[in-house]
Design a protein around this ligand. Sequence first.
Ligand SMILES: Nc1ncnc2c1ncn2[C@@H]1O[C@H](COP(=O)(O)OP(=O)(O)OP(=O)(O)O)[C@@H](O)[C@H]1O
Ligand SMILES: [Mg+2]
Ligand SMILES: [Zn+2]
Length: 252
Amino acid sequence: MSAIYQRARPVRWEDVVGQEHVKDVLRAALSQGRVGHAYLFSGPRGVGKTTTARLIAMTANCTGPLPKPCGECDSCLAVRAGSHPDVLEIDAASNNSVDDVRDLREKVALAAMRGGKKIYILDEAHMMSRAAFNALLKTLEEPPGHVIFILATTEPEKIIPTILSRCQHYRFRRLTPEEIAGKLSGLVEREGVSAEPAALALIGRLADGAMRDGESLLERMLAAGNAITRTAVEEALGLPLASACAALRRPW
Ligand SMILES: Nc1ncnc2c1ncn2[C@@H]1O[C@H](COP(=O)(O)OP(=O)(O)OP(=O)(O)O)[C@@H](O)[C@H]1O
Ligand SMILES: [Mg+2]
Ligand SMILES: [Zn+2]
């Protein structure tokens, strides 16, 4: 069974928690057919950058009914499974040489195999070398009409200005504990497990802004098979129990 955070990855725009400033603008642009050709998504880990990149890919290539993405057509399913031939996720950390970029440029020029848009998601974009960035400049400036580039990074300050100025930059933010607990509550319901709201609220705080961390913590609790109570979360994570802390604070 895949990890929760893989199964729980939103396949519809409504399922993306927070990030309204990104989501609303992108949704509107896509529904009016105004898709950009180069985006930069920056922000902390686990807050929805890859998720949003995949949603753009799905929306652009969905062959199902409106609203797009339908999440269920062949194209959407292939993007979800990571097997769509025209949606390429490239780890820039390990493909950062000038040769890699040359290779990429040649492939970019070819038409999409399934006739729709070709989407390149360059993860960890800050890891590319300066020479590789420079080799990419021209392609980013004028990619063929069927290509969308999405660069994702946790360190936007390392992206050189000439690249920055060619991309529409969206900054993702840390999620609030309430936003995280809210999604977790929907997930446990879907799994048919009951959980104390206080347990989910605690996980929401411990996740420190990252939905992925919240989901992994929840997964640990589910794997243990015990009821999801606040005490169980505290014990599993080796935290001082709230009851013990309260006892310490008592004046007698
Ligand atoms: N805003 C969000 N709304 C709902 N779920 C989210 C959100 N952000 C992250 N998630 C959940 O966390 C998982 C990881 O998110 P994602 O891959 O989009 O993170 P990321 O921002 O690309 O992080 P990284 O910088 O580590 O690549 C997703 O599969 C999804 O389940
Ligand atoms: Mg990512
Ligand atoms: Zn679809």
